[in-house]
Design a protein around this ligand. Structure first.
Ligand code: NAD
Ligand code: DAU
Length: 335
């Protein structure tokens, strides 16, 4: 029985990964899911995961060394998703990014070393490379993160690598592009714009709206992590992406078209500080091992938009409390 320690498994990608593992391996695995349940962690994301010996939720902080040590015993594979993940928040208040994204990763690495885990997958991000106007970053390119979020992720990324070099911990690092899909907190571009459009609220477009991101369906990200766990080489970095590069205006057009909403909802607002113009990763390395995304962008986007349309119970309550207070305080505007 393979035992996973998944951190941040009540968040967007982590909860999708828990669903992915249980659907695929069912009775053959055990998952210990440690999540602090910050504003972004949500047990609704796991509501259809049956209570069983195969998934155990632990409400806890990855910075808590005693708790992490206790749950690391007997673990085969660590997948570290836990992080503060929103760039805008890191601009307003970087403290928790440094604590969780860097120190939390350190606590996990130490415990993994002590307990001799067989694989430690550090979920990094394509943002660690910084912006690129043309071409695509390979895994060997240098890191030039530009926000407190991406800088903290770069710190954890290199710290994980150092545990491979120095202590021989079997670490693999993944750097994925922008994800979309169900259960994404409605502060990120796609769920924010879909849920705003559904209630006829403005869609706040930063700057000129021509920043480019490469969009990957979340289940393809989960599939790539599982693939790398089995076929990747320790000490290596793997870029993950789908090559679906779109401007924010193009994403906005798709959302308005699918929801049959007017373009008058589009509102240009002040740009994000230090806003990276374009992300692009070369995914030749993981593709050469045999992985490729399974979902078409068009279909998975329509599925995603429909999911938010069908599940207002999931997002409506998230758009009233802490989320709204954060935006009002930091941007002096309602959404
Ligand atoms: P998210 O914000 O939706 O989820 C983060 C989860 O981590 C939440 O459940 C939160 O409660 C938990 N958490 C935060 N601090 C914690 C702590 N100290 N201890 C335990 N749990 C804690 O984030 P996401 O979008 O699902 O991203 C998951 C990971 O993937 C992050 O590491 C992020 O950097 C990385 N990533 C995200 C994307 C993307 O497009 N969303 C792309 C590439 C990489
Ligand atoms: O590239 C991977 C990264 O993708 C992950 O590491 C991060 O955790 C994840 O949050 C995401 O970062 P981005 O900054 O690219 O995502 P976000 O959804 O915040 O913004 C996407 C683009 O949309 C970006 O150019 C900013 C723009 N935007 C975003 C918001 C929230 C707007 O124009 N208006 C908005 O209200």
């Amino acid at each position: 029985m393979k035992r996973y320690l998944v951190t941040g498994g009540a968040g967007f990608i982590g909860s999708n990964f828990v669903h992915y593992l249980l659907d695929k391996y069912g009775q053959d695995i055990e998952i210990i899911n440690i999540d602090k349940l910050t504003y972004a962690g949500n047990l609704d994301n796991l509501r259809d995961v049956p209570a069983s010996a195969h998934h155990r939720f632990v409400h806890g902080d990855i910075c808590d060394a005693a708790l992490v040590d206790q749950h690391m015993a007997g673990v085969d594979v660590v997948v570290n998703f836990a992080a503060e993940s929103h760039v805008d928040r890191s601009i307003g208040a970087p403290d928790d990014f440094i604590k969780t994204d860097i120190y939390g990763a350190f606590v996990l690495l130490e415990a993994a070393k002590k307990h001799g885990v067989k694989k430690f997958i550090q979920i990094s991000t394509d943002e660690v490379y910084g912006s690129i106007l043309s071409g695509s970053f390979t895994e060997n390119d240098r890191l030039e993160p530009s926000s407190p979020y991406s800088a903290s992720k770069a710190g954890a990324d290199r710290l994980a690598f150092s545990y491979f070099v120095t202590y021989g911990l079997p670490v693999i690092i993944t750097r994925c592009s922008n994800n979309y899909g169900p259960y994404q907190y409605p502060e990120k571009l796609i769920p924010l714009f879909v849920t705003n459009a559904l209630v006829d609220k403005n869609l706040p477009i930063y700057g000129d709206g021509k920043n480019v991101r490469d969009w990957l369906f979340v289940m393809d990200h989960c599939d790539a992590i599982d693939f790398i766990e089995q076929h990747g080489t320790d000490g290596q970095v793997y870029n993950i992406g789908a090559g679906n590069e779109l401007t924010n205006l193009e994403i906005t057009d798709i959302i308005l078209r699918e929801l049959n909403k007017p373009r008058s909802l589009m509102t240009y607002v002040a740009d994000r500080l230090g806003h990276d113009r374009r992300y692009s990763v070369d995914t030749g390395k993981i593709r050469s091992l045999g992985w490729k995304p399974k979902h078409s962008f068009e279909q998975a986007m329509i599925h995603t938009i429909q999911w938010y349309k069908d599940n207002p119970w999931w997002w409506e309550k998230l758009k009233t409390g802490e989320y709204l207070a954060f935006y009002k305080q930091n941007y002096k505007r309602d959404l």
